[in-house]
Design a protein around this ligand. Sequence first.
Ligand SMILES: Nc1nc2c(ncn2[C@@H]2O[C@H](COP(=O)(O)OP(=O)(O)OP(=O)(O)O)[C@@H](O)[C@H]2O)c(=O)[nH]1
Ligand SMILES: [Mg+2]
Length: 364
Amino acid sequence: MKERQFVDSVSVFVRAGRGGDGSASFRREAHVEYGGPDGGDGGHGGDVVLVGSRHEDSLVSLFYNPRLEAGNGGAGRGQQMHGKNGRDLEVPVPCGTEVIDEATGEVVFDVVDDGQRVIIAKGGRGGFGNVHFKSSTNQAPTRFVPGAAGEEFRYRFELKVIAEIGLVGFPNAGKSSLVQAVSEARPKVGAYPFTTLNPVIGTIVYPDDARIRIADIPGIIEGAHEGVGLGIDFLKHIARAKVMAFVVDCAGVDGRDPVADYKALRAEIRSYDAEMLRRPTILVANKMDLPGADVNLARLEKAARRKAVAISAAGGSGIQSFLDKARKIVSPAVPGNAAAKPAPSGAHDEVGAEKFARASFFRL
Ligand SMILES: Nc1nc2c(ncn2[C@@H]2O[C@H](COP(=O)(O)OP(=O)(O)OP(=O)(O)O)[C@@H](O)[C@H]2O)c(=O)[nH]1
Ligand SMILES: [Mg+2]
């Protein structure tokens, strides 16, 4: 198994840039005996800025590089020249990163959206140069103001995967394929277990712009709740999702039995946190394009005593039913995501669904 590179909690030291000192300089010109003060102001110190990025999925780079320092402002100079402003330090972080002040334990910032910028430490102001201190009584002030220190903090960054739907399934069940089919996210898909090593969030965008985020995590195996495999670290992310979707390989490609898989998945979740099973769930029967899947589907639905959403994540069939179901089940919990509009009256359900499907594959 590849080494896992996923860090969701890291302690960092953050220092914004110091402001540059003001200058105490006097004009020197040929033929002017007493040049007045001409010391410019110092430049401002750079800020430390977090930038939400959907391309980041872990805090691992900060784990290896836990000091974040922005550039200092340059000193002011003669001829009223301003010092250069210090360079801002922009740090890309995954959406869902919370910033906790270690001194107080309080969450002070929350980076939620792609492209969102949050200043977590402000640079110090540049100091005034002596031009500011000229007065009628003091024509030759030597006074200047030193640059102010930048803010300094010790923060803990915590990654909270934010998704309405969390996918749970054995390795190779087709979770990442499903995320690919319904969102713009491109998690790796592979015919071997544990292709996915880190959580990936995809956003389903409906034609009326309602959005549902869906979290893909590494496959769960028996014993995950006790730390077997990669599962335990990721169950806590799923634990924050409002809805769980169990993804089962209904064709039993790896010689697995979908009914046994479904039971084992539920048992793992129950052992981890029984409360999670009381939330709404979606049962997804995947790989319906393969032989034997039909028979297994009937068995699965009987054993689970519920209807499954039958799909082929790779082939594209049934995806619309999944989208509809996801919307219906998540919407009450998400303000602004009204329930899916019913098909136009008189239209056959299938026709309505087909129209909806075409629009749904429009990607951002
Ligand atoms: N025939 C068929 N193959 C599928 C389908 N969905 C996924 N696969 C294949 O199953 C394999 C595993 O798919 P992934 O989407 O990577 O599965 P996963 O659940 O994300 O796996 P892990 O990340 O390892 O937990 C890949 O080879 C896919 O191409 C399907 O509907 N039909
Ligand atoms: Mg995967």
